[in-house]
Design a protein around this ligand. Structure first.
Ligand SMILES: *[C@@H]1O[C@H](CO)[C@@H](O)[C@H](O)[C@H]1NC(C)=O
Ligand SMILES: *[C@@H]1O[C@H](CO)[C@@H](O)[C@H](O)[C@H]1NC(C)=O
Ligand SMILES: *[C@@H]1O[C@H](CO)[C@@H](O)[C@H](O)[C@H]1NC(C)=O
Ligand SMILES: *[C@@H]1O[C@H](CO)[C@@H](O)[C@H](O)[C@H]1NC(C)=O
Ligand SMILES: *[C@@H]1O[C@H](CO)[C@@H](O)[C@H](O)[C@H]1NC(C)=O
Ligand SMILES: *[C@@H]1O[C@H](CO)[C@@H](O)[C@H](O)[C@H]1NC(C)=O
Ligand SMILES: *[C@@H]1O[C@H](CO)[C@@H](O)[C@H](O)[C@H]1NC(C)=O
Ligand SMILES: *[C@@H]1O[C@H](CO)[C@@H](O)[C@H](O)[C@H]1NC(C)=O
Ligand SMILES: *[C@@H]1O[C@H](CO)[C@@H](O)[C@H](O)[C@H]1NC(C)=O
Length: 474
C-alpha cells in the first residue's frame, strides 16, 4: 500500500469521531464483587469497591473530564452540577454502595484548592475528605423514576411474569437439563455441603451453587475438596447458571417474562428523551441494577442474536451504555432528526485496557441508529406507565385496582403499551405515599451509608430486600 494511503486511513477514524459530539448517556451497571448470596448478609467487598470505582473513573475519563475523547457537550468537568446527573439504585447493601463507589470515580474529590471557602469573618474553611463530592442516589425498587415506582417493581411484583418464570420449571427444556445434570451436581457435594444440603444440590439451584463456588474461587484460600473444581467443571457450572437465569428472565414466545427489561427500556427512553426534548437537560443518568434486568433486556433487544455471549450472566460491574450523539453542530441543540443512539456493553470492570464495545440493537447491522428509529424500536417492548404495566401484568388489585372508575379521566389518549398515559388520582395518591416512604428510607440509608457502610441496620435492610426478593437477582 502507498504510504500516503496508510496515513489517510489511519487518520480516518479520529477524523470521523472528531466531528461527532456526545449529548448524553444512560449507564446501567451491575454491582462489583460481593460475598455469596447463600451466606447472608451479602456485602460489597473491597475488590468490588475497586471495580466500580475503576469503572466510574473510566467513564469520567471518557465522558466527563476535560480532554476526554467523548466529553458530553456542556458537562461540568470537575465540580458536579447536580442538575446534570441522575443516579439511582435499589435499597440494597451491595447495589447502593456500588453506586456510591462508581460516583466517587465519576466525580472524585475536588482537592484542597477548590474544597475551601472564605467566611464573612475571613476564616478559611477546608472541606473534609479533600473535597469529597455528594451526589444523591435515588432509592427505587428497580428504576430511576421514583414517581412511578409501583410499575417499576420488576417481575417480583408482576403477576403474569411470576407465572411465566415459574413455567420455566415445568418446561421440557428445564426437566431435561435437570435430569442430565444430577450426577454433575451430586459430584460437587463435598465442595458445598457445608452450605447447601444434598437434596438442594441440583440444577434447580444452578445460580446459587455457581455463586457460592464463584465467590469461593475469588476469596477462599481453603475450599474443601477444591481439586474437584477443574476449569471444565467451573465452566460447566457457569454455563448451567447462565441457562437457568436467562430462561427465568426471558422467553421469546412469552415476552411478559422479561418485564424487568421492558420497564428498564422505558426508563432509558424517558431519560434520554428528557435530554432530546429538553435541549440538553439532564444529560447523565446512572442506574445500578440486577443482572436479570440485563438478561431480560438482552433478549428483548435481540442482542442474543447478534452475539451468543449475551445468553450469559454479565460479570460483576458490567455496564450497558446508551449514548446520544450528533454529527451536526451541538449548539444550538440539534433537532431530533440529527441525533443518533449507540449502544455499548462491557462485560465486567471497565478500565483503561478494557473499554465498552458497541453492538447493534434490535437485530440491525449498524452500531448506531437515528433517534427516531431507536424510539420506534424500543417502544415495541418498553412498558413505561402504570396502566400499561397493570394490563401487561394482569394485576387488578393494589395500585392496579378499579381502572375503569378513575382512570378514564386521565388516560383518554390510547392505551398503547408505551404511550405515556397518566395515572389516576386514586393511584397517584398511593404512589405519592410510596414515594414519601421511599424518600424517607432513602435519606436514612444515605445517612447510614455515610456513617459507615457496615452500620446499616440489617433487619430493616433485609425487610426491604425481602419485599422484592424474587427480583433481587443481583
Ligand atoms: C469566624 O466564623 C466562624 C463560623 O461562625 C467561627 O467558627 C470562627 O471562630 C470565626 N473566626 C473568628 C476569627 O472570629
Ligand atoms: C400483582 O399481583 C401479584 C400476584 O397476585 C402480587 O403478588 C403483586 O403484589 C401485585 N402487584 C401489585 C403492584 O399490585
Ligand atoms: C417458552 O415459552 C413457550 C411457550 O409458552 C414454552 O413452550 C417453552 O417451553 C418456554 N421455554 C422455556 C425455556 O421456558
Ligand atoms: C460433606 O462431604 C464430605 C466429603 O464427602 C463428608 O465427609 C461430610 O460428612 C459431608 N458433610 C455433610 C454435612 O454432609
Ligand atoms: C472458606 O471455606 C471454608 C469451608 O467451607 C469455610 O469454613 C470458611 O469460612 C471459608 N472462608 C471464607 C473466608 O469464606
Ligand atoms: C485453568 O484456567 C486458568 C485461568 O484461565 C489457567 O491459568 C490455568 O492454566 C487453567 N488450568 C488448566 C489445568 O487448564
Ligand atoms: C419526549 O418528551 C416530550 C416532551 O415531554 C414528549 O412530548 C414526547 O412525546 C416524548 N417522546 C418520547 C418518544 O417519549
Ligand atoms: C460475560 O463473561 C462471562 C464469562 O466471564 C460469559 O459467560 C458471558 O457470556 C459474558 N457475557 C457477555 C454478554 O459477553
Ligand atoms: C487511565 O488513563 C487515564 C487517562 O489516560 C490516566 O490518567 C490514569 O492514570 C490511567 N489509570 C490507570 C489505572 O492506569
Amino acid at each position: 500500500m502507498h504510504p500516503q494511503t496508510v496515513l489517510t486511513l489511519a487518520l480516518l477514524p479520529s477524523l470521523s469521531t472528531a466531528a461527532e459530539t456526545v449529548l448524553g448517556v444512560y449507564i446501567f451497571s451491575r454491582h462489583g464483587d460481593r460475598t455469596a448470596k447463600s451466606t447472608p448478609p451479602t456485602i460489597l467487598t473491597d475488590l468490588g469497591y475497586s471495580e466500580v470505582f475503576s469503572s466510574g473513573t473510566w467513564f469520567r475519563n471518557h465522558y466527563i473530564a476535560n480532554g476526554s475523547p467523548a466529553q458530553i457537550h456542556g458537562i461540568a468537568p470537575d465540580i458536579v452540577k447536580l442538575s446534570q446527573i441522575t443516579a439511582s439504585s435499589p435499597l440494597d447493601s451491595v447495589l447502593m454502595p456500588s453506586a456510591l463507589g462508581f460516583l466517587q470515580g465519576l466525580y472524585p474529590p475536588v482537592g484542597s484548592t477548590l474544597a475551601q471557602e472564605t467566611l464573612r469573618n475571613g476564616t478559611v474553611v477546608q472541606a473534609p475528605l479533600n473535597g469529597y463530592q455528594f451526589i444523591p442516589v435515588g432509592v427505587v425498587s428497580s428504576g430511576t423514576l421514583s414517581e412511578d415506582t409501583a410499575w417499576l417493581q420488576g417481575s417480583g411484583n408482576c403477576a403474569n411474569a411470576i407465572i411465566s418464570s415459574n413455567n420455566y420449571f415445568i418446561s421440557p427444556e428445564y426437566k431435561t437439563l435437570d435430569q442430565s445434570t444430577r450426577g454433575f451436581y451430586t459430584s460437587l457435594g463435598p465442595v458445598i455441603n457445608a452450605t447447601i444440603p444434598a437434596d438442594q444440590t441440583s440444577f434447580k439451584n444452578a445460580f446459587t451453587i455457581f455463586d457460592l463456588i464463584n465467590v469461593a474461587e475469588i476469596h477462599n484460600a481453603t475450599i474443601p475438596s477444591s481439586d474437584l473444581l477443574t476449569n471444565d467443571t467451573l465452566t460447566q457450572l457457569r454455563t448451567l447458571a447462565d441457562t437457568h437465569e436467562f430462561n427465568l428472565a426471558y422467553n421469546a414466545s412469552d415476552p411478559i417474562r422479561a418485564i424487568a427489561g421492558a420497564t428498564l427500556a422505558a426508563e432509558v427512553l424517558q431519560a434520554l428523551n428528557k435530554t432530546v426534548a429538553g435541549a440538553g437537560k439532564a444529560p447523565v443518568t446512572i442506574q445500578f441494577g440486577f443482572y436479570a434486568q440485563f438478561q431480560a433486556f438482552f433478549g428483548l433487544a435481540d442482542l442474543t442474536q447478534t452475539n451468543p455471549d449475551f445468553f450469559g450472566i454479565p460479570d460483576y460491574a458490567s455496564t450497558m451504555t446508551f449514548e446520544l450523539f450528533t454529527n451536526a453542530a451541538p449548539s444550538p441543540f440539534p433537532k431530533p432528526e440529527d441525533i443518533n443512539v449507540r449502544f455499548f456493553f462491557h462485560n465486567g470492570t471497565t478500565g483503561n485496557n478494557s473499554a465498552p464495545v458497541a453492538y447493534p440493537l434490535f437485530g440491525r447491522t449498524d452500531n448506531s441508529l437515528p433517534w427516531n428509529d431507536f424510539v420506534t424500536g424500543i417502544n415495541k417492548f418498553a412498558i413505561g406507565n402504570q396502566p400499561a404495566w397493570c394490563e401487561a401484568c394482569g394485576n387488578s388489585t393494589g395500585v392496579c385496582a378499579s381502572p375503569s372508575t378513575s382512570s378514564s379521566r386521565s388516560t383518554s389518549t390510547g392505551s398503547g403499551s408505551s404511550s405515556s398515559g397518566g395515572v389516576s388520582k386514586a393511584v397517584a395518591g398511593v404512589i405519592g405515599a410510596m414515594v414519601t416512604l421511599a424518600v424517607i428510607l432513602g435519606v436514612e440509608a444515605i445517612v447510614m451509608l455515610i456513617a459507615g457502610l457496615r452500620l446499616v441496620k440489617k433487619n430493616r435492610l433485609n425487610a426491604a430486600m425481602r419485599q422484592g426478593s424474587d427480583t433481587l437477582k443481583a
